[in-house]
Design a protein around this ligand. Structure first.
Ligand code: S3P
Length: 424
């Protein structure tokens, strides 16, 4: 795809529904004893992977109307043994959360993924699940995961060794089936959708959060409403800030505080982002967002903030390249094990455009404000790297050539069409 710079971006963006929340609504609806509805289930490839796996496990899901799914849950032990491997595609959330449920239900299954997912670390879930009594084999800590059926789980207390909502959620979901209590200790807070949806309150112990579930819990049926994805909004918050003119409106965006740290960071950089009509939908705060052009300056982010904007860092790096002065991201080792090594990918793409960027094991440092120039950009099979390159191209002089724009469909199928409707 050949991309060119713009003078301005004007209009309204209908963002896809939240990917993280959508996966969880599907999993929990499948465990309910009866019919649940999910309003606003996204067409993005990752949540569709979860849907396909759930169907393979014998749960009927009908599309009632555009985006509204009816899930015929079969209770906490309703999965049937799948006859084929469960294909999680590109989706780490599908593989890691569903592994917890399969281990809990004692269902024998093989989980596979695409090349990217097959290279991502799975020991982070295999170790805690093994401690609970599950028998899962993998190849050198990677998918395919082969889950043996019929091993009952025992509760435990588990301190997360890394800031990962997927690992936390995997252990909590397995804990719904374990003998006794399972407590996850989270030294650094990560996205809290799972505990919100399960109705589990975090207990603060010093700076850590303790989350406890009990085996034998049952889940009710309900209607889930999925807000629009803040992580998708991130691309347009940055785009609206860095282009010379414009006004981008984004209605009904999820603003869960464990997800929305980018908003504060962009504002600290000088961004002019308006938050209008704050309200709550389905237990999650939402608002309408408006992004206007602004002069940005550099910022440093590290520590606990990083977990609350981890998926937004590729596009934040673009804002940093456009900001006057020095910016730095540290304590972001987890970026190395996303859909690709996002530290290397961001640095290579921005450097190709002329940015001054130095990398560290756990982040990068950008001396911002140098004019960007169009250059070849590699998506590396990573949706967020592809979309971040698309945003950088808006302010890069000349032509930018992106090798794999289609990968955006993992979280935002309409991304490129949406971007082109805003251009003036
Ligand atoms: C997610 C958690 C995060 C995030 C991913 C979605 C989730 O991954 O990067 O896009 O839905 O729980 P980690 O748990 O690996 O940090």
């Amino acid at each position: 795809m050949v991309l060119s710079p713009v003078n301005g971006l004007y209009g309204r963006v209908d963002l896809p529904s939240d990917k993280s929340i959508a996966h969880r609504t599907m999993l929990l609806a499948a465990l309910g004893d009866g019919t649940s509805r999910i309003v606003g289930y996204p067409k993005s490839a990752d949540p569709q992977s979860t849907l396909a796996c759930i169907r393979q496990l014998g749960i009927r899901v009908d599309e009632e109307s555009e985006g509204t799914l009816v899930v015929h849950g079969r209770g906490m032990h309703g999965f049937s043994t799948p006859s084929e491997p469960l294909d999680c595609g590109n989706s780490g959330t599908t593989m890691r959360l569903l592994a917890g449920l399969l281990a809990g239900q004692g269902v024998a299954a093989t989980m596979i993924g695409d090349a990217s997912l097959s290279s991502r670390p799975m020991r982070r879930i295999l170790d805690p699940l093994a401690r609970m009594g599950a028998k899962i084999s993998a190849t050198d800590g990677h998918a395919p995961l082969v889950i043996e059926g019929g091993h009952p789980l025992s509760g435990m207390t588990y301190t997360l060794p890394m800031a990962s909502a997927q690992v936390k959620s995997c252990v909590l979901l397995a804990g719904l089936y374990a003998d006794g209590e399972t407590t996850v200790v989270e030294p650094v807070a990560t996205r809290d959708h799972t505990e919100r949806m399960l109705g589990v309150n975090a207990v603060a112990v010093g700076t850590a959060r303790h989350l406890t579930v009990r085996g034998g819990t049952t889940l009710g049926v309900r209607t889930w409403r999925v807000p629009r994805d803040f992580s998708a909004a991130a691309f347009f918050l940055v785009a609206g800030s860095i282009v010379p003119e414009g006004e981008i409106r984004m209605p009904q965006v999820g603003l869960n505080p464990t997800r929305a740290a980018l908003l504060d960071v962009l504002r600290a950089m000088g961004a002019d982002i308006r938050v209008e009509d704050e309200r709550e939908v389905g237990g999650e705060p939402i608002a309408d967002l408006v992004a206007l052009p602004a002069k940005l300056h550099g910022v440093r982010i590290d520590g606990a903030t990083v977990a609350n904007l981890i998926d937004e860092i590729p596009v934040l790096a673009v804002a940093m390249a456009c900001a006057e002065g020095v910016s730095e991201v540290r304590d972001a080792h987890e970026l190395r094990v996303k859909e690709t090594d996002r530290i290397a990918a961001v640095a290579d793409n921005l450097r190709a455009m002329g940015a001054d960027i130095e990398t560290f094991d756990d982040g990068f440092r950008i001396v911002g404000g140098k004019p960007l120039v169009g250059a070849p950009q590699q998506a590396r099979h990573d949706h967020r790297i592809a979309m971040a390159a698309g945003i950088a191209s808006l302010v890069a002089e000349g032509e930018t050539v992106l090798d794999d724009p289609a990968v955006a469909a993992v979280s935002f199928p309409a991304f490129w069409d949406t971007l082109s409707t805003l251009r003036v």
